[in-house]
Design a protein around this ligand. Structure first.
Ligand code: SF4
Length: 249
């Protein structure tokens, strides 16, 4: 578990506020030990996944998280006014924490700041998990491809995770969830940027019907020479295929 610097005093679980184009000012909460994730994406800015797992359990103590959040809100009342989201995210996949859902409910008892969940979508085929995150105000979920071989090359998921189930999970979430779903698509040159593959992805996006699609390409490339950004022209073409709700962020 990393110790995040909030500017005034060190905290174990809370970090930021950070600014992102997708969520604005966001106060992050880390729900897993460092790099505990069901994926090992080639573009991950945190490096290789050290604990690759699909198992959901209480990786970190949610009572401690809430205590930290209360303390942060008390000590940063001015900064808190400009925070747009409390975001379940961090240095791994937050939905692996089995208490993610109850944490959202508890956060809502102590602050009116909306809650966002950032997920790699790998466990969304699980109806229990989907039900747990329904009280979030926005769900930011990743989908980079509709093709299993490309999924495995790019996201290196835990064995057994099938992209068709991920897509179906996202489509089911859309039917069950009334809030905003922002779908993030990360494009890596020569891995998932073929226009044929993007057309297939576009069909999946139509089925999922997210509120917006955020198209991105890695800027800070990790220590892996295969990971290269797509150029702007290619991103524009991809944006056109993915339709009006797609923006390059
Ligand atoms: S899902 Fe996120 S945390 Fe996990 S390996 Fe991919 S980019 Fe990194």
């Amino acid at each position: 578990m990393g110790v995040f610097n909030t500017g005034q005093f060190p905290m174990k679980y809370i970090y930021g506020p950070l600014h992102s184009r997708r969520l604005g000012s966001s106060l992050g909460i880390n729900l897993t030990p460092f790099k505990t994730c069901s994926f090992d994406c080639v573009y991950c800015q945190l490096g290789r996944t050290t604990v690759k797992t699909i198992e959901r359990k209480e990786y970190v103590n949610t009572v401690e998280i809430l205590e930290e959040l209360k303390l942060w809100l008390q000590n940063n009342s001015q900064d808190a006014k400009s925070v747009e989201y409390v975001t379940l995210s961090g240095a791994g996949e937050p939905t692996l924490n089995i208490n993610a859902g109850s944490l959202i409910a508890q956060i809502k008892k102590i602050t009116a700041i909306p809650v966002a969940v950032i997920t790699n979508s790998g466990s969304l085929s699980d109806p229990v998990l989907r039900r747990e995150i329904l009280s979030a105000d926005v769900i930011v979920s990743t989908l980079n491809t509709a093709d299993q071989a490309v999924f495995e090359a790019l996201n290196r998921p835990c064995e057994g995770i099938k992209i068709e189930n991920v897509i179906q999970g996202l489509a089911d979430l859309r039917k069950e969830y009334k809030g905003r779903i922002l779908l993030e698509v990360m494009i890596v040159k020569d891995i998932n940027d073929s226009l044929e593959g993007i057309r297939k992805l576009s069909e999946a996006v139509e089925m999922i019907n997210p509120n917006a699609v955020h198209l991105n390409s890695p800027v800070r490339v990790p220590d892996d020479s295969r990971v290269q950004s797509a150029d702007e022209k290619r991103l524009k073409k991809i944006q056109n295929i993915l339709g009006d709700r797609c923006e390059i962020v």
